[in-house]
Design a protein. Structure first.
Length: 63
């Protein structure tokens, strides 16, 4: 009985198609959103680092 269920499950898996291949536009949008989000996060981190360095330089110049 278990072999029939395993066989049916195997057939169902073989019948599946690649969702990404059927919907390439969605994948492109995901990629663009990821790239933009990564850029914005990098920009924010860069700003935080530059502010931190400015504060450290100001502390050193006043001491």
């Amino acid at each position: 009985m278990a072999t029939i269920q395993i066989g049916e499950a195997t057939r169902q898996l073989v019948k599946r198609q690649n969702w990404a291949a059927r919907e390439p536009g969605v994948i492109v949008v995901f990629a663009i959103v990821f790239i933009v989000a990564s850029g914005l996060i990098g920009l924010q981190i860069s700003r935080w680092i530059s502010r931190y360095r400015e504060k450290q330089a100001a502390k050193r110049s006043t001491v």
